[in-house]
Design a protein around this ligand. Sequence first.
Ligand SMILES: [Zn+2]
Length: 323
Amino acid sequence: MQEVYKNIFMEALPLPNNPLKNLNLFIIKGESRSMIVDCGFNLEETKQRMLDVFEKYALDFDKTILYLTHLHSDHVGLATFLRERGVEVYISQVDGKILNNPDATWAATYTNAMLQGLSEDNFKIEEHPGYQYAIEGKLDFREAIVGERLSIDDYEFEILDLAGHTPGMTGLYERKHKLLFCGDHILQRITPNITFWGFQYGDSLGTYLKNLDKVYDLDVKHLFSSHRELVKDHRERIDELKDHHEKRLEEVKKALALKKYSSVRDVTKQMHWDIKSRNFDEFPQSQKSFATGEAHAHLEYLRHRGQADYIQKDEKLYYFLLV
Ligand SMILES: [Zn+2]
């Protein structure tokens, strides 16, 4: 147990077989009600750990709020399990809707993979890691509305729009104490994955960078992020993340300059990836779609700024530079 601030505790919830290793679980212990931020994979051992947490902190199911920053299964896996026990669950309408429509969501993931050129790699949705640990059934949730507040004793948390990593990610900002629960918006040592969610969700990288600037301007003394060690200086880390994406955009432009028309897959193959496999063709299936999704988000960022465009042929998109 670690008290990271007055009446705010952090526990490491294991994420088995996942490179992220742990989820930082936050417990805000109050007199009349308490709050938990995010909840780990839907797995037997995680369930037991969660029940232990409720016992250890003497939390009542019906006097505890579960606040979900975003829809990823390492954050929401146990949400229906806790909801059935009486815990009130909050998530943004955008992410909640995606979460509660898994068939449409996976169909869209498949369509995007085809647009990106992954038909060549025999892409299968069943091999996508998020597919295996999804929540059970539909989640009965209350909408986390940006700008509204949730109070736990002396703390007044304001719901903040942190979209980018997912289309509806939100965070909780406590102005008086200068605390921010940021989900996966800013992580130490890991660059949060920014992917293409589909044209209806717009320019996810542009949204992400805008929301990094928003957090940069906030007065934050304690940044509570969901994985790895906590970030000490949020501005320094934001500068590093922005720098990373700047370099990535340069890489994408260089890749586009090699040919007249490039599929997202072509561009991805030209980019550098921190994966042990020697080249893209040897990537594990799941890593291929992560990589093309990220490349695609960067391509769309360029397109939204008039620096690139695409044509569509059959099921595939082909991007080109606009000079
Ligand atoms: Zn995430």
